[in-house]
Write a protein that binds this ligand. Sequence first.
Ligand SMILES: [Fe+2]
Length: 379
Amino acid sequence: MLFITNKHLKPGMILARDIVLYDSSNFNTLLLTKGQVLNNAYIKRINYHDIEGAYIESEVFDDINVESYIDDKLKSESLSQIKDVYYEFRMSSGKINASTIKQLSSIVDDLITELLYKDSLTYNVLDFKRYDSYTFQHCLNVAMLSLSTGISIGLSESRLHDLGMAGLLHDIGKMSIPIEILNKPGKLTNEEFEIIKTHPVNAVRQLQNLVSNDILRGIESHHEKLDGTGYPYGRKADNIHYYAKILAVCDVYDALTSDRPYRQTVFPNEVIEYIMGCAYTHFDYEILKHFFKVIVAYPIGTFVKLSNGKLAVVVKNYSENIMRPLIRIINSDGTVGDDVDLLYDSEYMNITIVDMGYDYENSGLTGVLKSTYEVKVNN
Ligand SMILES: [Fe+2]
């Protein structure tokens, strides 16, 4: 399968995976099913819901298979549970029931079980973007990324549990902040930013007798930075809770790879460069080493541009080095060329990926896209 961005979807292409909506008005709604042949009406529907793109079946790329990061049922249950907890917090001015926290806790247990027994921990950023309701999806993403990082570090199950709870609850204090400020398109005023900065402390105040002290300290410090330039207290390295250091990386990664009201998405490879640049000042380098094993710079099935000017499709990622995947060359006439292993093949050591190919599907890839749908139509 291949990931094709929405503007390049064509009638006749066949969906390789279900498309499920999780926005507030269509929560957990199956929009289109795997195997569906696209027509203009379906493509319009995909665009209407602002979906970034879709996985499409392709004969020349039929060995590329993108698995879901977590089971779809668990994903929708988790999101629904997060939504309930966050709404309860808003509606009751922070008075959450112990039973609600208990339900959330069992979701964390399920997430841990799911992630612990997976062969590969690679987080596919494309699984969780755009068409999902931002706040709830963000909390689930941060929890999953934190848990995967924690698993790579080798944390015990009980510590993973507290880390996962802190991930799901880290932004709940935002529910006490007026929606106009939270969703403001454009830059916040200093006064508005001061209000946003209260969210970690709001959460700790309200959750005090409901969750463990470690969970509270994780939530409280998720915006602190090692050099003391973070908030709410400007704590430095040794005074920041370990869970908060993990949450901080995952929070920034997810925020920057998501489409927010105030700016466009940045590609995952650019986010990785940015995060690396903040090692030691903002983020703990030892944690980053594990974090970079669970995410990918270039998701499988997407197009990339190489330093030698060629285009390729990502076939496989390596946790040893997420910047150098196995790729399949697309020839200039649109036919498919050889596989190139950027990590292990010494012949290609001087070649780097210089860009993600979302906008290159038109240039030279027409042949691949054409065969993707024409072959299927003829069948
Ligand atoms: Fe936050």
